[in-house]
Design a protein around this ligand. Structure first.
Ligand code: PEP
Ligand code: MG
Length: 365
């Protein structure tokens, strides 16, 4: 077994030597980041900060989203700051010296709100409903959406809910200052999710730059952090030349891009309809597994070309599931991406395929 491990290691090192694309990892915690680094990840391409609020911490987001006045909102935000600072310091420390892309929160809101039906039934069937439940029900009804994945998500939530993105940027900035002062080399990059219009990114950038300047002034530490965005909506890919005006980098989110290009719900791909549809041979590829080069891939190509027509050399990667799929990796090499980012256990495969793509296709793009 040891001989096999060292043979695989030799092959991977050879692939590392020839590949052009970097391989980063998707990691939400310091532990994931360390595991991926041990497998050769050269950075974090996506930290999904909403995942840091699953489980016990879910209530923080619920409280913030449902707050209907500035005072309650401030209390909820203040409680978040130390948690996020600690999360980011841990992640950045684990990735010391390597680029670490932290995505501002992109929560499917329904996962963070109380269940509407359950609450409505409780209020309707109580002899004397708890006034707190009645208020809560009104708030949850106000936020309820028929299609949460196509609603108040990502940048839309950030622009609608004052203070949330600013708080995360502050936590990133303060964690960076803390580590720099301890002699480390944290390299955070701030990523904005679900951008569809350059205006959205411009507004977030203005706010982020203001916060970075404040933390920089009070700490005396220069904070020149890259600010970029996900390209995961067809409109973003098609207007990439505009979006690039405000972006220091792009990262393709092929999960959402596939969903919104095909009109298939990504949450239902394991359900009967979708599985049968594929099995019956209607589609020749499973688009959530292998990149659909003619459709979604055409948008990726357009996004790369658009972005680099405004900013030659714009740094571009991919962090959707396709970033760890061998065939898709060859496509990303060919269109000229700088890196792929995938889950920690796929990092070795991605290194290998990025190497094979370079051998098969040369520098490409
Ligand atoms: C994507 O949409 O491809 C992506 C990486 O973001 P998420 O899966 O978190 O929506
Ligand atoms: Mg997405």
């Amino acid at each position: 077994a040891r001989a096999l491990v060292s043979a695989v290691d030799r092959v991977l090192r050879h692939a590392d030597f020839v590949r052009r694309m970097q391989v980063r990892t998707n990691a939400d915690t310091a532990d994931d980041a360390r595991r991926a680094r041990a497998r050769g990840a050269e950075g974090v391409g996506l930290c999904r900060t909403e995942h840091q609020f699953l489980g016990e911490r879910r209530q923080h987001i619920e409280r913030l989203v449902l707050a209907d006045n500035d005072q309650d909102r401030k209390v909820a935000l203040d409680a978040l700051l130390p948690l996020q600072r600690e999360d980011f310091a841990g992640l950045l420390e684990a990735m010391d010296g390597l680029p670490t892309t932290i995505r501002l929160i992109d929560p499917p809101l329904h996962e963070f709100l109380p269940d509407l039906t359950e609450l409505a039934v409780r209020v309707a069937t109580a002899a004397e409903p708890d006034p707190k439940d009645v208020t809560l029900l009104a708030a949850v009804e106000r936020m309820h959406e028929q299609n949460p994945m196509l609603g108040l998500r990502g940048v839309r939530l950030g622009l609608t809910l004052p203070g949330l993105f600013a708080l995360q940027v502050r936590a990133i900035a303060e964690a960076t200052v803390q580590l720099r002062q301890a002699g480390l080399d944290p390299r955070p990059e701030i990523m904005v999710p679900l951008v569809g219009s350059v205006r959205e990114l411009q507004l977030v950038r203005e706010e982020a730059e203001r916060v970075l300047a404040e933390v920089s002034a009070s700490s005396g530490v220069t904070l020149d952090l890259p600010i970029g965005c996900m390209i995961e909506l067809p409109r973003a890919a098609l207007t990439a030349h505009r979006i690039a005006e405000e972006a220091d980098f792009f990262s393709f989110g092929t999960n959402d891009l596939t969903q919104t290009t095909w009109g298939f719900s990504r949450d239902d791909v394991e359900r009967a309809f979708f599985a049968d549809y594929l099995q019956n041979g209607v589609l020749t590829i499973s688009p959530f597994e292998t990149l659909d080069a003619d459709g979604v891939g055409a948008l990726v190509r357009a996004g790369v070309e658009g972005g680099r027509s405004t900013k030659p050399g714009l740094h571009i990667g991919v962090c959707g599931e396709h970033g760890g799929d061998p065939e898709s990796i060859h496509f990303f090499h060919e269109v000229g991406l700088d890196y792929v980012s995938c889950s920690p256990f796929r990092v070795p495969i991605a290194r290998l395929e990025a190497g094979r793509a370079a051998v098969a296709r040369g520098g490409a793009a």
